[in-house]
Design a protein around this ligand. Structure first.
Ligand SMILES: Cc1ncc(COP(=O)(O)O)c(C=O)c1O
Length: 353
């Protein structure tokens, strides 16, 4: 009962129907058309158990990302893989490291297996590799790093040099998990796959919940050295992905054009949103994901702005539970949505100043 209950982003406002939901980093356009068609066709196979090796989805992922298919593992969302990694590699008497504004599931899954959670400071909302290195001790079992981070949106700046330095100075029996839930939004970042190829203790996590608009289906995947995949396959449920999830996931990953188009749409809208807010004094760090973290002078103003946005039907995310009470995380919508958010925050700002 010491585990803080995970609360998903709000999705309804009583008495309102025209809601702009920007609280869970979802793709505003939904999934690729092929995924929706695959979902309908999946109706014909619902009496069948799904495959337990997820081979076809794994092959599609391997071809798309030019990876070794035998090192891919799929999960019911990357949440499940975080949980499986903790079950496989952590437990009572060992420590799991995450960064101070790290994704809450790292803490939750580590605590669920009785591990001690160590939260290391970030530097101005950026992962601080030296702080992580300083926290490693003989009890350390797993290190979780999200790049780009959630809810900060920031990336590790000197990524190749910094990650290589971390790997070099971390004992080989400590697992380094690079969570690339938002890697699809970064043009020159493979999520960390290159480090998995050359090291025995590095795992990459990815998801179809963000870029591919399939959060409702729960499809995540990981890329890991063979010995880690072998272990995780032994502790996961054999049918952890449903028939619809496998078929729609596969169709989505095949649509490479969708990714390029949505990345451009997101990144253009994100720049506009951040610039417009900056103009009225609401700052955010350069984001590499599908959201921005808008910072307010204090918690009272951040919460008042959230209340105001809710009153006009806009749902964003408070991030006090991530140690950022002065900030609101805003998923990047399409341009119409961006205009609605900016107009709302400008009106709030004028009223309070
Ligand atoms: C950094 C990060 N990792 C993992 C996840 C889990 O994603 P899913 O379980 O939907 O694949 C999320 C979801 O918000 C996230 O932000």
């Amino acid at each position: 009962m010491d585990i803080e209950l995970y609360k998903g982003g709000k999705s309804t406002i009583e008495g309102m129907s025209d809601i702009l939901k920007l609280s869970s980093n979802e793709n505003p356009n939904g999934p690729p058309l092929g995924a929706k068609q695959a979902l309908i066709e999946a109706g014909n196979s619902l009496h069948r158990y799904p495959s337990s090796d997820h081979l076809e989805l794994c092959q599609t992922l391997a071809e798309t990302h030019e990876l070794d298919v035998s090192k891919i593992i799929c999960g019911c969302g990357s949440d499940e893989l975080i949980s499986l990694l903790c079950r496989g590699y952590a437990g009572s008497g060992v420590e799991v490291i995450h960064t101070s504004h790290g994704f809450l599931m790292y803490r939750i899954c580590a605590m669920a297996v009785g591990a001690t959670v160590v939260s290391v400071p970030e530097k101005d909302r950026h992962v601080d590799i030296d702080a992580i290195l300083n926290a490693i001790n003989p009890s350390t079992a797993v290190i979780f790093i999200a790049n780009p981070g959630n809810p900060t949106g920031t990336r590790i700046l000197d990524i190749d040099i910094d990650i290589e330095r971390l790997i070099k100075r971390t004992p080989k029996d400590v697992l380094i998990v690079l969570d690339g839930a938002y890697a699809d939004y970064v043009e020159d970042w493979d999520g960390g796959a290159r480090f998995v190829e050359s090291h025995t203790n590095v795992v990459m996590l990815r998801t179809l919940s963000k870029m591919y608009g399939l959060g409702g289906l729960r499809v995540g995947w990981g890329y890991a050295p063979q010995h880690i995949v072998d272990l995780l396959n032994r502790v996961r449920a054999p049918f952890n992905l449903s028939v619809p999830a496998l078929l729609a996931g596969e169709a989505a990953v095949k649509d490479k054009e969708f990714v390029n188009a949505h990345r451009k749409q997101n990144n253009d809208a994100r720049s506009w949103l951040a610039a417009e807010l900056l103009e009225i004094g609401v700052k955010s760090d350069p984001s590499e994901a599908n959201f921005i973290l808008a910072r307010f002078p204090n918690q009272v103003q951040a919460e008042a702005c959230d209340d105001y946005l809710q009153s006009i039907g806009v749902l964003v995310r408070r991030v006090g539970s991530y140690g950022l009470p002065n900030a609101l995380r805003i998923t990047v919508p399409n341009m119409d949505g961006c205009a609605r958010v900016v107009a709302g925050i400008k009106r709030f700002w004028r009223q309070t100043r």
